[in-house]
Design a protein around this ligand. Structure first.
Ligand SMILES: [Zn+2]
Length: 405
């Protein structure tokens, strides 16, 4: 153990069917770099590596196997006063690396009020009373659906036959109408979904407005992944923003905001919760109630610009090689330090807990100005309140550091 404020972690990994296969998966690759790991099996998918204290996939101290959660309970001083008082937990956020080659379930995460209610009435399905706003930073090219398209775009797409049949008569095109259309799409019987998808696929390309020429291609792709009768395809392709992000670009998904990730490797960070309502791109028996889903929906963001989370240079990086993603919720921000060959960076002490994860390359980490450690892709550390950290690399290295203060 380095000091009681900096400990190396062994993280858990998940094998959801939408995860990338074997060595293709960055989540699996990073997870397998932990000392003592059994390595990657080409027969398995590796969807998510979790780096936090959530009890279903807990991170553990590499040296002793104790859960990080338990460790922080025993040593509350390493969390820091302000975070302990504000969040009453050791780590108020949950960082993950995700790798996926087909769509994740179409989902929203309930806000605090709904989460509390669901946790009380259905604790087996909603295991915590917290909200789960999240951000996702692209580590490779990242395709996704997030939030709704601008109303005018949806209106022009749904004016195309045979889609016009789903717009209620005499309706004003506003967010409440959008909620209704979403509910209609999600409640269509499987035959109607596949008839509609086939009808759209047989339309000439020029039937679609130029900025939406991608519609038939994407519908076809999702139909191959989840059958032509998956209600999620109509909602995602026709109503939601379809975006492709490059490494370093990010999206912000507030509570109650609709999203479905499609392809890529991402660093995800969210408030410490696992509550999800899903209604598409998952087996019918596991889908949540459409009525509940439609009621929970919020209409932020509208349009791809609003969904994007910009980053700016962080004053926490003393040598200027660190940017910061600061979403408009209080549980966390994320620092990203990018080092070229022979470069270094110093992080000022952070007044709260953080997680350090190396996603590319290798180098050294110096803790409190004296303890020097070799670090490499897949190394994950918990860093406690008030610890100055330096990074240096002769070959180049990317380090992400979600934190709370
Ligand atoms: Zn989500």
């Amino acid at each position: 153990m380095l000091s009681n404020r900096v400990v190396q972690l062994k993280c858990g990994v998940k094998h959801d069917p939408w995860g990338k296969q074997g060595k293709e998966s960055l989540a699996g690759h990073l997870w397998a770099q932990t000392p003592g790991s059994t390595g990657i099996s080409e027969d398995e998918t590796y969807s998510e590596m979790w780096m936090g204290t959530y009890p279903t996939v807990p991170a553990r101290l590499l040296s002793t196997g104790e859960t990080l959660e338990n460790y922080l309970k025993r040593k509350p001083e390493v969390v820091g006063e302000s975070v302990r008082q504000r969040f009453h937990t050791g780590l108020p956020f949950l960082p993950k690396v995700l790798s996926f080659s087909k769509a994740l379930p179409l989902q929203v995460h309930p806000d605090k009020r709904l989460a509390e209610q669901l946790n009380l009435t259905k604790p087996e399905q909603f295991a915590d009373p917290n909200h789960k706003p999240e951000i996702a930073v692209a580590l490779s090219e990242f395709e996704l659906f997030a939030g709704f398209k601008p109303l005018a775009d949806i209106e022009s797409l749904l004016a195309i036959k045979p889609l016009d049949q789903f717009i209620p008569a005499h309706a004003t095109f506003d967010d409440e109408l959008l909620r209704k259309i979403c509910r209609i799409f999600l409640q269509l019987p499987p035959e109607t979904v596949s008839e509609t998808v086939s009808a759209v696929l047989s339309l000439p390309r020029k039937s679609f407005p130029p900025e939406h020429r991608y519609v038939p291609g994407l519908l076809e792709r999702l139909s191959k992944q989840y059958t032509e009768s998956d209600n999620g395809s109509l909602v995602a392709v026709l109503l939601m923003n379809y975006m492709t992000l490059q490494p370093g670009e990010a999206v912000c998904v507030p509570a109650d905001s609709i999203h479905a990730y499609l392809r890529g490797d991402i660093l995800e960070c969210m408030a410490r919760s696992d509550n999800v309502l899903a209604t598409g791109f998952c087996p019918r028996p596991t889908r949540n109630n459409v009525e509940l889903f439609a009621r929970a929906l919020s209409f932020k963001p509208h349009g791809p610009k609003e969904a994007t989370l910009a980053h700016k240079k962080s004053e926490k990086g003393e040598l200027g090689r660190t940017v910061e993603y600061a979403p408009p919720f209080s549980e966390f921000n994320v620092l990203a330090t990018t080092l070229g060959k022979g470069e270094e960076e110093r992080h000022k002490p952070i007044a709260g807990p953080s997680i350090v994860v190396v996603t590319r390359g290798n180098g050294e980490m110096v803790v409190e100005g004296e303890k020097k450690l070799d670090i490499h892709e897949g190394a994950v550390f918990f860093v406690g309140d008030g610890v100055p950290i330096e990074f240096m690399s002769s070959v180049g290295m990317d380090v992400y550091r979600p934190y709370a203060e």
